[in-house]
Design a protein around this ligand. Sequence first.
Ligand SMILES: NC(=O)c1ccc[n+]([C@@H]2O[C@H](COP(=O)([O-])OP(=O)(O)OC[C@H]3O[C@@H](n4cnc5c(N)ncnc54)[C@H](OP(=O)(O)O)[C@@H]3O)[C@@H](O)[C@H]2O)c1
Length: 277
Amino acid sequence: MVLGAGGLLGSELMKLLPDSAGLTHSQLSVTDLPAINGSLPRYRAEVVFNCAAFNAVDGAESQQEAAYQVNAQGAFNVALACAQHGARLVHFSTNFVFSGTLDRPYRETDQVGPLSVYAKSKLEGEKLVSMVMPRALILRTAALFGGTSSQDRLSFPERVLERASGGERLRVVSDQTVNPTHAADLAAAAITLASSDLDGVVHVVNAGCASWDELARATLAEFGVAWEVEPVTAAELAAPAARPRNGCLESARTQPLRPWRDALMAWARLRGAAKSA
Ligand SMILES: NC(=O)c1ccc[n+]([C@@H]2O[C@H](COP(=O)([O-])OP(=O)(O)OC[C@H]3O[C@@H](n4cnc5c(N)ncnc54)[C@H](OP(=O)(O)O)[C@@H]3O)[C@@H](O)[C@H]2O)c1
């Protein structure tokens, strides 16, 4: 069963698990414990992938209650239902649980230090899930990209392409790094890890790190779009939510996914093929 099935990651999981029950936000809210408790036995769910999230990092600063309802209480509800019905839980979390001050990629055992409401609500979700279900798998990931522009929310590379094709100026943060991660790669890895013996927190990202402006340039290059990317500091852009300077992860517990540049190239090919079909 996939919860939050209409989102970026949820859609990729549903492509790989077409016979699963995929429930979108409008079909099931993770804030509704009785509804989750009803759904698990109805669909005979053996594994639950909880992709539901309040993901508006800046929006969460002014919508704290809503962020905690989904990212903390919602995660708790899903874990309670999984524990009650004996289902394996695969929950997703974020690189933003770290403060970003280390000078190397963060490993699972590194100390957390969330900087924003979004990050704190996701960390609270992690804690509640592991309290209820110590054997749950909590996959921390970063900077997801993918999609074919059919979803409501565009991923970062899609926004870059849209703005460039609209002739808009591209001012992109150059002093924060992440592991750009293909949602399809994460979905495939999550399915594999679900049937492994691993539990607890595991970092799952495409290998390598990039700043946002580097990712923007790589995206434009991949699509053959000549457009200027202007590097700016996070301080200059002054987004409402603070983000880690170093948002890069690596895993001491599982194999890294393919390098992010290869994953970006694969997505560009898929997107090109989908557009010309
Ligand atoms: N995207 C990233 O760059 C990134 C980075 C690090 C970690 N993550 C984590 O990866 C996971 C998947 O992210 P994503 O990129 O796939 O997010 P997404 O595209 O925003 O999808 C999240 C989905 O959750 C749904 N949702 C929101 N509130 C819900 C509720 N109360 N009950 C059920 N569903 C609800 C949303 O539906 P509506 O839109 O209809 O509300 C949306 O379809 C999340 O745990 C996220 O925190 C993502």
